[in-house]
Design a protein around this ligand. Structure first.
Ligand SMILES: Cc1cc2nc3c(=O)[nH]c(=O)nc-3n(C[C@H](O)[C@H](O)[C@H](O)COP(=O)(O)OP(=O)(O)OC[C@H]3O[C@@H](n4cnc5c(N)ncnc54)[C@H](O)[C@@H]3O)c2cc1C
Length: 578
């Protein structure tokens, strides 16, 4: 069992918690300032990252929050990291890749690196250099096994040959973790190499790719032309490369949800602000349908928050099940932020198309940035496929009457979180999916909880029963699951559909657990709206309106807006106007 990491350093620093960090960033809506929305707009138009913002984050030692404390960094747990990253992405998504790109290699070194490799990574991070996770190749796509980068054995180590693409800001990097084939065909022939990028001696940078969003980040590439790496360069044993990569993609994809959380929250705040301001004697929020759309988007955001925070905490509390939990968070991040942006776009209407209005064109920039986030770690379809391949094993526990082992600290936003246990991550889930398995007992807990307003209680129970039935239907049809699995890597359309439906069950259970643990009387309505929308999917906005529920959720959203608090189950005070 891990010791609980001391939550606050002896001397308080801006990185201690999100509210302090938020204050250190300065007011978002001020006319100047490195983290103001004016500056984010200017940097986006110029396709740069503000040097003043980078310098300030460096002074605050923000990048050190990625490096484990045991080897000299300041990383505590992923919930803390998610909260800090979310402060950045509320302002500008590109600040996250600009400062956090090293997370994948750092996780690989945390799991299997040597002291010397970790020491070099610490120095690079301290100096503000990106560390590159060089996995993808243009022609291989998500199937990393088809990559053609090789590591040839030499007397003094290895020689790398190949070409990697879409890597963040390679020009400034000194080291990369490079996935290359060092052995036979098949998954055990791939290794991950801690590589010093000696330009001119076998490593060359490729120019940045011209992309639509996260402008200022150079999505460049690397070419290896016989680059020499030492015999100690392998991270873990030779042949562990694919396994390590798949393990590291779990914390990486979880952390990427901070982009969806922060950016879609700001888009929603911008839309609420726009709609609540009277112009020519009218306010858009005077219309029930506008309130309905904004309330739905808010409920979608709180569900996403519940799942992301749970996934982050699970890296400490339940690492063996993170292949499902982090994939669920990634899926929810894409699905929910798309829906939030769609609702905000409808409310902002013509203004949604403008590059400088309102809030310095925040909405339009966020749409482009979040389009990039879709593919940043794992392709969304491939993410679903990864869940699909685990469904048959999860079905074995369908009729289990044993209560799942689910630490309650997983869901308490205010509870201390131990250090992450990345060495206990598993490529595929062997411990079941305790979240979805908790549904039957969860239904009883909600039904018995007299503190919940009766109409809400009945509504939530009814929704959860539908999700429980969906789980039985999906996992009960093992013949269909096995047929889908048997179709192999390329023939898995049914598997992807089943995974998408299964994740709705997981998300419903997760959101309800978080709601039970963190809810208060003035914000309890969101869950029912979020569950209904989750069940209805794309037709959510066309479903039967429930004005009473809409108004309760809208009241909470309006109140958080008025007090300049974050849109969260545990709101923090935002720094908007100073
Ligand atoms: C912003 C950004 C940052 C990135 N950063 C990095 C980085 O740091 N390091 C790095 O190595 N790479 C990075 N990448 C590359 C990234 O990981 C790519 O997504 C990867 O190369 C996969 O390619 P692809 O998304 O084009 O999808 P492909 O795998 O080519 O898939 C295209 C489509 O084919 C279908 N498909 C593919 N496989 C399956 C399947 N098994 N089952 C069903 N359908 C399937 C899906 O519809 C999918 O959308 C980054 C990409 C972006 C956009």
């Amino acid at each position: 069992m891990n010791a609980i990491v001391a939550p606050v350093a002896a001397v308080a620093t801006p990185l201690d918690n999100a509210e302090r960090f938020e204050r250190a960033l300065g007011p978002a809506l001020a006319a100047t300032g490195p983290f103001s929305l004016v500056e984010a707009h200017r940097a986006d138009v110029a396709a740069t990252i503000s040097p003043a913002a980078l310098a300030r984050l460096h002074d605050l030692e923000f990048p050190m929050s990625l490096v484990p404390a045991e080897w000299g960094g300041q990383r505590r747990d992923f919930h803390h990291l998610l909260d800090l990253a979310r402060c950045l992405t509320r302002r500008q998504v590109a600040l996250m890749p600009a400062t956090m790109y090293g997370i994948g290699p750092l996780c690989a070194l945390d799991i299997a690196g040597t002291e010397a490799q970790r020491a070099q990574a610490l120095i690079d991070t301290r100096e503000g250099r990106p560390i590159i996770f060089a996995l993808s190749e243009a022609d291989a796509g998500s199937d990393l096994q088809t990559g053609v980068t090789t590591a040839e054995q030499a007397d003094d180590g290895w020689r790398l040959h190949g070409r990697k693409w879409m890597l963040g800001s390679t020009a400034a990097a000194r080291h990369a973790a490079v996935l290359a084939r060092s052995g036979d065909a098949g998954p055990a022939g791939l290794s991950l190499f801690w590589t010093r990028l000696d330009r001119g001696a076998g490593a060359r940078d490729l120019p940045a790719t011209n992309v639509v969003g996260m402008r200022g980040i150079d999505f460049g590439g690397l070419v290896f032309e016989g680059l020499a790496v030492s015999s100690e360069a392998c991270i873990g044993a030779p042949g562990r490369g694919l396994e390590l990569t798949l393990l590291c993609q779990q914390p990486v994809k979880l952390l990427s949800t901070a982009a969806n959380l922060g950016a879609s929250e700001s888009a929603l705040r911008c839309a609420v602000d726009w709609a609540s301001t009277a112009r020519a004697g009218r306010k858009l929020t005077a219309m029930a349908h506008v309130r309905h759309m904004l309330a739905g988007a808010f409920a979608d955001l709180l569900l996403l928050e519940a799942v992301s925070v749970t996934g982050a905490r699970a890296l400490s509390w339940l690492p063996g099940q993170c292949s499902i939990l982090t994939a669920a968070a990634k899926h929810a991040a894409l699905m929910q932020s798309e829906r939030i942006l769609a609702a905000c776009g409808k409310v902002l209407a013509t203004r949604a198309l403008m590059r400088d209005l309102p809030w310095h064109g925040l909405y339009e920039r966020v749409c482009r940035d979040l389009a990039m986030v879709q593919a940043i770690d794992t392709n969304p379809v491939v993410n679903l496929r990864g869940v699909g391949t685990q469904l048959d094993a999860l079905a074995l526990r369908l009729d289990s009457t044993k209560s799942p082992n689910l630490p309650q600290e997983l869901f308490g936003f205010d509870d201390a979180c131990p250090a992450p246990r990345l060495r206990d991550l598993q490529v595929v889930n062997r411990g079941g999916d305790a979240l979805a398995e908790s549904l039957p007992s969860l239904i009883e807990q909600v039904a018995d909880n007299r503190a919940i307003e009766p109409r809400l209680r009945a509504g939530v129970v009814a929704e959860l029963e539908r999700f429980a039935a969906l789980r039985r239907q999906l996992l009960g049809g093992r013949g269909a699951l096995r047929a889908a699995l048997g179709a192999g890597y390329a023939g898995s359309s049914a598997l992807i559909e089943q995974a998408e439906r299964y994740l709705r069950v997981h998300l419903a259970a997760c959101a309800t657990q978080v709601w039970l643990r963190n809810g208060s009387a003035d914000d309890e309505a969101w869950l029912l709206l979020a569950l209904r929308r989750l069940r209805q999917g794309d037709s959510a906005d066309r479903g039967d309106p429930d004005p009473e529920l809409d108004e309760a959720v809208w009241a909470r959203l309006a109140s958080l807006t008025k007090t300049q608090a974050s849109y969260s189950q545990r709101p923090i005070q935002l720094s908007l106007h100073g």
